[in-house]
Ligand binder design. Structure first.
Ligand SMILES: C[S@@+](CC[C@H](N)C(=O)[O-])C[C@H]1O[C@@H](n2cnc3c(N)ncnc32)[C@H](O)[C@@H]1O
Length: 240
């Protein structure tokens, strides 16, 4: 399969830093389309194994198919990497030689219309990587108070118009709920002006995505677990 799902970035660097033992066990905590995972498996010896995680069911389906040639050497699990350690233990794996995190979202998630991550198309505000969770971007934008919205935009988006955007959202939703990426984008454009729109949109959408998917808490916990899982000399590689 090609890289049309997501082009793996820094692949050579990842392989060089991550793989210390070709017959070892490696974890791809964010398998996505399986680009990095395929590269890792290709570099391992026939005894080497890979376990991949992703919360997104499309990623799981795609990477399973892409890596099907590796059969018993690969396990792909639909799970948040916050539960990586217990999930590995269920497969009797207590130690691994390397863990890769490729943070953020894949090109597929940005491009697929029903994911609601993109401000370049008008679609329902969603942004959940895991569609089974209750909190989505629509709920976040329509129920969070102005002060908290401002904090979210400032902390996770470093948005300088955070307060004005938060207040405009609260005013608008009293009139009618904000349900689509398009209506949120127009509102932001009204507040910040055309010249700053693109940058503000990128920052606000990033901030919302981080909160909807609880990205920083998951990462904090998963990094700690990854350190505990490593065998001596093992490595963690993070692309951020
Ligand atoms: C940048 S993409 C990874 C692309 C992948 N390295 C490849 O080569 O195709 C990030 C992936 O991480 C997944 N993801 C984000 N947060 C996650 C989490 N807490 N647990 C598991 N997967 C997560 C996303 O669903 C997405 O598929």
């Amino acid at each position: 399969m090609s890289n049309d799902y997501h082009t793996p970035v820094l692949l050579e660097g990842v392989l060089e830093y991550l793989i210390t033992k070709p017959e070892g066990i490696y974890v791809d905590a964010t398998i996505g389309g399986g680009g990095h995972a395929g590269g890792i498996l290709g570099r391992l010896s026939p005894q080497g194994k890979l376990v991949g995680f992703d919360t997104d069911s499309d990623a799981i389906e795609y990477s399973k198919q892409r890596l099907s040639n590796y059969k018993q050497r690969v396990i792909v699990i639909r799970e948040n990497f916050i539960r990586m350690k217990s999930s590995l233990q269920e497969h009797n794996l207590n130690n691994v030689n390397g863990v890769l995190f490729d943070l953020g979202i894949s090109s597929f998630q940005i491009d697929k219309p029903d994911k609601g991550f993109s401000f370049r198309r008008d679609e329902r505000l969603d942004m959940r990587m895991d569609k089974s969770q209750a909190l989505d971007a629509e709920r976040l934008v329509n129920t969070t108070d102005a002060k908290e919205l401002e904090t979210i935009f400032r902390e996770y988006g470093e948005e300088r118009f955070a307060r004005r955007i938060a207040q405009a959202i609260v005013r608008e939703r009293m009139r009618k709920p904000i349900e689509t990426t398009g209506s949120l984008a127009s509102l932001i454009e009204e507040v910040v002006g055309k010249k700053f729109t693109q940058k503000s949109l990128a920052r606000i959408f990033q901030a919302m995505r981080i909160v909807v998917n609880d990205e920083l808490n998951s990462l904090r916990r998963a990094l700690r677990d990854a350190v505990e899982l490593l065998t001596e000399g093992g490595r963690i590689v993070v692309i951020s």
